[in-house]
Design a protein around this ligand. Sequence first.
Ligand code: GRF
Length: 209
Amino acid sequence: KRLAVFASGGGSNFRAIHDAIGNGKINGSIELVVSDKASCGATEFASSNGIPCVQYPDKEGGGEDKGLGRLMRALGDQHRVDYVLLAGYLKIVPKEVVRRFERGILNIHPALLPSFGGKGCYGMRVHEMVVESGVRFTGATVHFVNEKYDEGRIVAQACVPVYPADSAADVAARVLKSEHEMYPEVVAALCDGRLRWGEDGKPVVWTAL
Ligand code: GRF
């Protein structure tokens, strides 16, 4: 399958997926990287691996639609993308993309949704809220993306402990490590058609290899 990765930051999840493709664990290829940043860890890794990048939103060079038309053409005719993977993309994904990839767009959120999710709850803020709340476990959630922020159908969750002496940065590092294991596994299942949607309101089930 042909994949597009959306990322704004370090791109460690992107790299984990890229590695899993290299190891033959994922039946797919990353055809395109989309970032709101002209340059970040993710775009640099893409460039050094010959993967094309598109900037979106592009306030300077994108014209009136901030580059939306260009993005849709890149995902469509140009790169014929099958699935979209959000991996630390910090901007709202345009509804045109969400509609075009219904049931074909995943996100990873660094907490156990529906807790610690929603508007304003992203990045390091999530882990600060986790530490402040006193919960003893947190983790990461892979979910399908719909038009409601952080509310798409949950696919997989990984759980990690929160220790009393932890800082938000300690928690973030532990969660990120669990993401690097879980996200590639889910992407492998997606590409192999091993994700099955339950009836309305029922969870997505998937079979491991
Ligand atoms: C991850 O914690 C992910 O859950 C969140 O943003 C972070 C991205 O990290 N959405 P990276 O850019 O993949 O290193």
